[in-house]
Design a protein around this ligand. Sequence first.
Ligand code: 5GP
Ligand code: ZN
Length: 144
Amino acid sequence: MPRNHPHADEDCIFCKMVAGGIPCARIYEDKDILAFLDINPIAKGHTLVVPKDHFPTMLEFDPALGVPLFKALKRVAEAVRAEVKAGGFNVIQNNFTCAGQMVFHTHWHIIPRFENDGLPDWPGGRYADSSEMQQLAAGIAARI
Ligand code: 5GP
Ligand code: ZN
């Protein structure tokens, strides 16, 4: 029987899927992780891999779950790629609204990719010079 997972958020749609209260096209499940098809796929086979516990963004995600998460990501991505005969796939993970996050239960997208599939490339920007780059790296490093 589905059960409420510890640390569930009663208003969260992915927590409801974990608990079995909302149906989803389930692909994989273990005690920590659930994977299911995205309802609005960028490409057919677009899959979401989510921890069963509720963490709003990746910053709250428990790194102790990193191993089960990565095991599931690899297994599911390989199966998706084979089933839809994709040449490759992107793994994308959005954090906060300005990065496109709509569901605040952290999740990893597996997006099948095909030659000339028309999906946009990320733009490649530039730094003014190497000192701007070095200073930025040092500023970030100082916060760790
Ligand atoms: P985000 O933009 O937060 O990274 O991604 C949220 C994803 O969840 C979107 O791609 C959206 O299509 C998917 N999604 C939202 N509601 C549902 C739902 O009820 N069922 C399924 N299967 N996917 C959903
Ligand atoms: Zn949740």
